[in-house]
Design a protein around this ligand. Structure first.
Ligand code: ATP
Ligand code: MG
Ligand code: MG
Length: 351
């Protein structure tokens, strides 16, 4: 059988490995940190930094195709890997989603709408940007942010120095605060042959910048649902994408505003594990392996709840709930903000 190389060994790499194993593949995880959650279920793990050229070369030699569950892999490591084996999704998808400014420019070039934004490198830039986009606003580091980290909310111009200091000298982007009614995301896939399949959009609730629940179906009218899926397909085609992509959207009365894209399986797609015949993890493995995309139609209404930090203490109670499927990541310590697992609750059969 063939081997799939996965950059990153967190819970997404773990669930990708399980899906890969189910289709008869082996996975080889490359992860700088020791004892990664994916290590328990993968065929092989390399623990080495992304600067270790010999380890990267050996990893590439041992696999047939390379994918990632983590988008902040350094460029030099990708250059080296790409010379040896195909990387799917491709480098451009990764570059665009690694940098919020590039991402917004790309989305705008497709005619999609993003929040008003300005690039911020200095405090003077921030003050000027605040005049442009107004308050409230959110200052975000351009790179490396996740789970709301590297962000500062600004409700008043007087907070500019404090927000700027919170960026720790990193390039940033100021975004106008979008007055959304709710948030949804589209999880979509594109195969090697260019075919596209999208899951039904889910509705997302965040707590303190971290995803808390995803519920399907999302509250969207027929027109919004079509728009959401079509815009995801446009992004996939424009990037000549292969694999699963997550598109986070703000819903406003007039239009859908794109928050950000993630070039990988996405937390808001975990409900597919118990609501669809082929879930997002299998779909990603199928796509990058050059298989036909699978049947992603939804047979149930589902609510996914993340178990973050000490919430994992609720597992014994959840384990006796009816219609609840637990997914635990085998992580040790329940630190605040750490994603320990999730539960998919089947609400009812889909209409
Ligand atoms: P992740 O990659 O884990 O989804 P992140 O750190 O990239 O998170 P964002 O998606 O940019 O963070 O923001 C997290 C949440 O903060 C959003 O889902 C939304 O609830 C809120 N938020 C971010 N930007 C805006 C904005 N411009 N207007 C209103 N709310 C926002
Ligand atoms: Mg993000
Ligand atoms: Mg986000």
């Amino acid at each position: 059988g063939s081997t799939i190389g996965i950059l990153g060994g967190g819970q997404l790499g773990r669930m990708l490995s399980v899906a890969a194993a189910r289709l008869g593949f082996r996975t080889h995880i490359y992860e700088p940190a020791a004892n990664p959650p994916a290590g328990d279920v993968a065929h092989r793990v390399t623990t080495a930094p992304y600067s270790d050229e010999a380890a990267l070369r050996a990893f590439a030699d041992s696999v047939d195709v390379i994918t990632y569950e983590f988008e902040n892999v350094p460029t030099a490591a990708l250059d080296l890997l790409e010379a040896a084996k195909p990387i799917r999704p491709n480098r451009r998808a990764l570059a665009v989603s690694q940098d919020r400014l590039e991402e917004k420019a790309f989305l705008t070039s497709l005619g999609l709408t993003v929040a008003p934004y300005r690039s911020v490198d200095t405090l003077a830039d921030l003050e000027a940007a605040l005049h442009g986009v107004g308050t409230p606003a959110i200052l975000k580091t351009t790179r490396l942010g996740y789970d709301g980290k590297g962000q500062a909310r600004i409700s008043d111009e007087a907070q500019a120095p404090e927000a700027f200091a919170a960026m720790n000298g990193q390039p940033a982007v100021l975004e106008g605060f979008v007055n959304f009614t709710h948030e949804v995301s589209v999880i979509a896939a594109r195969g090697l042959d260019g075919s596209v399949a999208a899951y039904d959009p889910g509705e997302n609730v965040h707590l303190e910048g971290i995803l808390h629940t995803t519920t399907v179906p999302a509250r969207l009218n027929a027109g919004q649902r079509t728009d959401a899926v079509l815009l995801a397909a446009r992004i996939l085609n424009a990037l000549d994408y292969v694999g699963v992509l997550g598109v986070e959207l703000f819903v406003t009365p007039d239009l859908l505003i794109v928050n950000e894209i993630a070039p990988r399986v996405h937390n808001s797609g975990h409900w597919t594990q118990n609501g669809c015949t082929v879930d997002q993890f299998e779909q990603h493995i199928r796509a990058i392996a050059g298989w036909p995309l699978g049947d992603g139609s939804r047979f149930a209404d589902v609510e996914m709840e993340n178990l973050i930090g000490h919430e994992v203490a609720r597992v014994p109670a959840i384990s006796v709930e009816k219609n609840a499927a637990l997914h635990l990541y085998g992580k040790g310590e329940a630190r605040p903000g750490r994603k320990m697992g999730h539960v998919n609750r089947i609400l009812k059969p889909a209409d």
